[in-house]
Ligand binder design. Sequence first.
Ligand code: GUN
Length: 281
Amino acid sequence: MPQIIDGKAISAQIKEELKEKVSRMKQDGRTVCLAVIQAGNDPASSVYVANKKKACAYIGIESVSYELPEEVTQEELLALIAELNARKDVDGILVQLPVPEHIDEDAVIRAIDPKKDVDGFHPASVGALCIGQPGFVSCTPAGIIELLRRSGIEIEGKECVVIGRSNIVGKPMAILLLRENGTVTVTHSRTRNLKEVTKRADILIAAVGKPKMITREYVKEGAVVIDVGIHRNENNKLCGDVDFEDVAPVSSAITPVPGGVGPMTIAMLMHNCVESAALNL
Ligand code: GUN
């Protein structure tokens, strides 16, 4: 049987560590505060935002939230970000994506001070990651590295294949695996002979966005399989990009959905907030 990588337990452990750190900071008179902005009322975004605020409360991070109407103008949103950039008591700023269609998402991301960019989406954060300089790292890929580390899975020298090249997951994932001395291949929708490439992987990261697409034909015997996908199947049950029942028996370690990568994203966001406050940038 493969090792089931328990993201729920590992994220709970990280949250406990952060809770202790925040409590020590409070004894020194230091607080941690995250500003969360949601524009419009996309139901999925509302669930994510609520979960982020809940995690803040649990750890002892203060959160200030801004629920803006769908019709908010870009100027109004940018003005709010500028105000939060200037506030000494705010350590992190998060604008939940997607923003309404009439707003330029890139402009919003660029408006956030990189010192408060706890999502790690600002071009300066991404650039710093690429050249090995300090900066915030996108939470989902950072969480995957932490999952591997805390599960005792070595990356150095391994063949790592990432399926997907998004700015939020695929690209930063590739850079992080490279930083850990993995040998990295990034595949995408135009990759030829995808199965041949993924079959080389010692560590396979699936961030494709298609429910249960990755069956055992894509996986080498004994590979570590990390599933970034989250979908609802025909019975309204959660499933990932990986067909877990089919792939688990041929893998050496695998993340389930739910309870794998998902909980790590919020844990790493909380980590970035605490780091921002601790660095007091
Ligand atoms: N929308 C979906 N995932 C994310 C995320 O990690 N951060 C933000 N800000 N928005 C998202």
